[in-house]
Structures are given as structure tokens and as C-alpha cells.
Design a binder for this molecule. Structure first.
Ligand code: CA
Length: 152
């Protein structure tokens, strides 16, 4: 009688241990989903106050390849604009944008290659001798859901 109840106690213990093991395994197998979609809200400020212009937004992956391009017809005299990056699979993205003032769909540059239309990058890097590296403008979407970009 004593022996039997001892066994059943052991069995119950081992069943419980198995349950914990299964639970631990299923938790460790829960890798924050490789297919998880991520969102980012952008606030773009210091746009040039003009009556007509278009904002071009390019989203780049961590290797610097553009995977999405959007354009927004800005409201007259708008100096700020919000934009939502929705359901991207990338864990890190970089953002490049420019305000097209003359409607040619391109970022105009002077003879020295300097932009003559407002432009911006994620992380607001200081621009000296050329465009920033992709690494400088990468945003980690696992850590951030909002970012502000100041036009330069
Ligand atoms: Ca232009």
C-alpha cells in the first residue's frame, strides 16, 4: 500500500516534469516570429512651405536596397506630414525622402551634386560630403514604432 502510493506519487511527479518540459520547449521554440509584420509611424517635419509639392518616400532594407517607394501630394503650405509604414517583414529599415518642388519626380541637384530640394533621412544624420551610409540611417523596427525625420 505504502509502496504503491509511492509509485503513483512518482508517476505524478514525472508527469508534471514532462509537462514542464513540454512547456519549456514550446516557449523556447517561440522565436518572435520570422514572419511577423512590423509597423512604423513617421512624422516628417520642416517641409518647405510651398503651394504645391510632392513628398517621395523610399524604404530600404538593411542591405540598402529600395523595397518600397511612395509619393504623397502635400497639402498647400504643409510643413509637416505623417506617414505610416505598414506590415513590413524587415527587422530594420532605412528611410530616404525628398520634397519634389518642381514636379519632375526627381531630387534636383546643383553642379556639385548637392541637393537643391529638401531631403531627409531616418535618424537625421549630419550631412557633410554626400549621402549617409545605409547603416547610419537604419531603424530597428523591433525596438521602435515611431520616428521623426527633419527635412534638410
Ligand atoms: Ca525635383
Amino acid at each position: 500500500m505504502t509502496k504503491r502510493s509511492l509509485y503513483s506519487y512518482r508517476e505524478r511527479r514525472s508527469a508534471k516534469a514532462v509537462l514542464y518540459l513540454v512547456l519549456a520547449l514550446s516557449l523556447s521554440a517561440y522565436d518572435p516570429a520570422p514572419n511577423e509584420k512590423r509597423n512604423l509611424k513617421l512624422e516628417i517635419v520642416e517641409l518647405k512651405d510651398v503651394s504645391t509639392s510632392t513628398l517621395y518616400i523610399e524604404l530600404l532594407d538593411a542591405s540598402g536596397v529600395v523595397f518600397e517607394t511612395r509619393s504623397i501630394a502635400l497639402a498647400p503650405h504643409a510643413t509637416r506630414q505623417t506617414f505610416s509604414v505598414r506590415e513590413v517583414e524587415q527587422e530594420e529599415i532605412a528611410i530616404r525622402l525628398f520634397q519634389d518642388l518642381d514636379g519632375d519626380g526627381e531630387l534636383d541637384k546643383n553642379a556639385f551634386g548637392m541637393p537643391t530640394e529638401p531631403f531627409g533621412f531616418s535618424n537625421d544624420p549630419v550631412i557633410r560630403f554626400g549621402p549617409p551610409s545605409t547603416k547610419e540611417i537604419l531603424i530597428d523596427l523591433r525596438a521602435k514604432t515611431f520616428t521623426k525625420i527633419r527635412m534638410q
